[in-house]
Design a protein around this ligand. Sequence first.
Ligand code: NDP
Length: 482
Amino acid sequence: MTKKTMTTSAGAPVSDNQNSMTAGARGPVLLQDYQLIEKLAHQNRERIPERVVHAKGWGAYGALRITEDISQYTKAKALQKGATTPMLARFSTVAGELGAADNERDVRGFALKFYTDDGNWDLVGNNTPVFFLRDPYKFPDFIHTQKRHPRTNMRSAEAMWDYWSLSPEALHQVTILMSDRGCPTTPMHMNGYGSHTYSLINDQGERTWVKFHFKTQQGHQHLTNAESGAKIGETREGYQEALFGAIEDGDFPKWTLQIQVMSEAEAAQTAFNPFDLTKVWPHADFPPITIGEFELNRNPDNYFAEIEQAAFSPSNIVPGVGFSPDKVLQARIFSYADAHRYRLGTHYEALPVNAPKCPVHHYHKDGQMNFTGGRTGNPDVYYEPNSIEGAPREDRDFAEPPLAVSGDADRFDHREGNDDYSQARALHDLMDDAQRARLYQNTAEAMQGAKEETIARVLTHYEQISPAYANGIRTARMAMQG
Ligand code: NDP
């Protein structure tokens, strides 16, 4: 085997990596020991800003396979029958920091990046089909209630329930969070949902609204609060151990891909707003259609490079897939890419894990850490329009069909005319008695530490979901108080 010499990051051989260079055996250290300075300086720069949300994550590579023909809805190459597309998945908890315990009760992020021939398509969802809010104005405040109190530096039940008591649209998602599905045993034992409504666009330029669902083939498995506490006592890395271990053992997890579709005409008729992130589309009216599956089958070699630096953004769509009027989706289109520019730098999409596997031709120039140079294939082609033969050009063939919008530009009360209770009630009612008992108990436990007046206020909303639900929580609270 050829001898490999250790080098500085500039490539010069290192003669000693054990002993600093000093004036005499007892020191002091000489400034000219550049390798020591480089080593310490690098260590100082090992951390990058942690994600404000979804900081703790676990991920792996795999492939998406489409088994059914949905060309009537979309021209997306990755969604044609028989297509196989390489992908990356990252799962996460929302509220916990980078060192948080994996098995805590929380919503799980379910972020997918498909490296398609037409660019990267990212579906950045959760293990829940809905979210706590329908207006993006609410997102920073909601997240503040889930994070640490500025004075105590501890999580605050009072902040959470005070916010929820004044935001009844959140209680559908709170019901999922406090149900069995709020504490999955591993990332492999939960569903994923694109959550937002997106569009599919076919080769006739026709748009159909769509929801994406990824159903676990491993089955749903959950921990109770007590089991989760015991698990965290054993290990803080339960998810990493389970996912990494399963893939190392060749036990590859799979999820079935289903879509729900809604025509533009149907969307104008639904009793609920189909672009409201706090609502599902009922299965009876919009039945799920199975179209394929994905499998995760390769662990990253370097967690930091490939999972910590993985940058998913709902702004990444490809021809045949489009956005929708969902206000929260619209805000995330800005917010996610912006977060990556801040955390990783301007050229975050040139990092190997984020780089598309198809040709990239753009006119963005320079910026910190631009290690790819120009992306037009010709050093003279650095502005547009230009008259240079072979220069990258826009292509109107890829234009989306126009989206008809109407109405006055104004601020509309996002709660007015919206039913915040029926879908939470439908979920409550489909649970069996044992599931409901755990829902009530988990909710009562989460309320510990909140003021009585706050709990009374939130219970008025639970009453409107279902008196049985409110009473169940009350009874569980009384039992806990002895
Ligand atoms: P359905 O009975 O057709 O669907 C019920 C869905 O509820 C199933 O997809 C099931 O998922 C899911 N579910 C069961 N237990 C839980 C739980 N503890 N937490 C979250 N989801 C659960 O009725 P509808 O379509 O009319 O929906 C009724 C309610 O079910 C909704 O209000 C919503 O809260 C919830 N739901 C609906 C979904 C949808 O897209 N329509 C998706 C997920 C939840 P699975 O089949 O994977 O077991």
